[in-house]
Design a protein around this ligand. Sequence first.
Ligand SMILES: Nc1ncnc2c1ncn2[C@@H]1O[C@H](COP(=O)(O)OP(=O)(O)OP(=O)(O)O)[C@@H](O)[C@H]1O
Ligand SMILES: [Mg+2]
Length: 452
Amino acid sequence: MQDVQFSIWTRAGGQAVKMGSLYVTDTEARFSYTADFVDSGLPGLSLVYSPQLFAETTIVHHQSGSLHPRFRALIPPADEQNFQRKLMLAFLREKGVEPGSGFAADLALLAHTGHGGIGHVDVFPDDDAAQRWYTSDDSGPLVPIGDRFGFSLKDMISWLDADARFILESLGPTPSVGGAIPKLLVAIPAEGWDGRISLPNRIARDDRIDVVLKIERTQAYPGLAALEALALDLHREAGFKTPRYWFAEVGGLPALAVERFDRSDDGNPLPMESLYSLLASGARDIVRHTDGSLDRIGKVIDLAEPLLMADKKTARIHLLERLLLALLTGNGDMHLENLSLIGAEGKAQFSPVYDPTPMRAYSMHNMLCAVTFGEYGEHPDEDDPLQAACIQFAHNIGLRRADLGRCVERLLEVTAGYGERVGALDTLPGENRERLEGIHRDMRQRLRGLQL
Ligand SMILES: Nc1ncnc2c1ncn2[C@@H]1O[C@H](COP(=O)(O)OP(=O)(O)OP(=O)(O)O)[C@@H](O)[C@H]1O
Ligand SMILES: [Mg+2]
């Protein structure tokens, strides 16, 4: 292949500025900061690629056909089922771009749709394209999504023929678990969902809220939107920061419009990066978002050079409680893309909760946890491997046994009515309700022994 060059920009400081350049060759990918950007003090490409530490060097990703994890996060995964990827490739075809290979498609998607998504990193083919994109503050009119917007790609594309630019530009390059859930990045009226959407905001506006609009694939995952809403409620009740959400409907399908938290009150993009990106940047054995272990997040929290987060104890408790609540609610899908840090170096924190959906309700996702923790199952002499793993996990991330006991006690209380609430979800089929209620009962029973 020929080398490909990209221009990386950000609007994190309010003004659009160039962050650096990315060169992709057939053997590696190379990113360098510009000198002006290093001087600006703005947050860099990744929390682990501090502009100050990498001011004089190039950050090289030594692998052919691959990019730094932080860039990969801006491209929908190469998966037959991935809705966003299919849609964006259709968009490229419309523009006359027909990539030859999977990696060529990744690069084309990065160039054309790698900006305006989640977080503060924007990728463009060159500086002119960046400047053109930033000159427009207009997010267009609010238009009814109505019946014109169905779920199927075919329906969608035919709707797009009329107004292609509008909806295709509104698709955010968000990563997803094999694209299980079709998503759109759009804005809705400040009063909440009323069936109208517009392009995402480019600047803060009092009259519109940026949301991730997640559309339920009712056939594969009936009741999913209601389940996600219940899980968000429960996390809020447990004291986690959670985004506001609205029940919505798109082309007759249930959907959830979840307020985006990767924008400041001034409308500037906030750095947000998944634990997958953070861990994969430093560890060769982490290739997929289910690799490694949750315990290794403890190392990210502990990192001193660069220092990522100031309040380490809060972060440790947060991680432990996310795991315990995932176990108790039957989430099962808490992988490294479903946990992120938000904010700049030294001030980063775990982001508000997203994607806490109790996926174990669906038989094909019914596993304890997508990523292992506490050397689960490797303590054969223990009575219950789950208890042993929780104790080991708490220890591995630098917490005491007493911290674990207190967290378990608190979360058992918070989830006391969970079974009944699941039972009352009328869009979730009986079989799925029963599975989830059963899992929850079992988890309560087993975690109870960890109280002090
Ligand atoms: N409210 C939000 N604000 C900012 N970013 C968000 C928000 N919700 C999700 N995101 C980002 O978008 C990505 C995809 O969203 P999410 O995890 O909810 O969907 P998904 O992974 O496709 O769903 P599923 O795992 O059920 O297939 C997340 O990894 C996260 O980076
Ligand atoms: Mg997710």
